[in-house]
Design a protein. Sequence first.
Length: 119
Amino acid sequence: QVELVESGGGLVQAGGSLRLSCAASGNFAEMNVLAWYRQAPGKQRELVAAISRSNTIIDPGAVQGRFVISRDNAKNTVFLQMNSLKPEDTAVYYCASSLSLATLGQGTWGQGTQVTVFS
């Protein structure tokens, strides 16, 4: 069992930056991969980026390289540095953990943090 607690969301003007954090606790193996997803109103949840414990990164290209995922293994925390934010980045951002990259999205989810970008 893993618990994920996100923080860092908020309201930001277009062009600005935000840094999301997600602190994980619980089953060590189930935190092997930590990921960020987002869900905009009326849209499906999508993967933003994922990172393994060995720092292998999965980036599906949803944000054109504007966001950077990183993790601090000593603190079991994953970060999402979001730069050059656009109104279309407005969404609830979810942290997720999984046993492996092959099982992305099949583990534990955080409660989500709202990011709102205004122009």
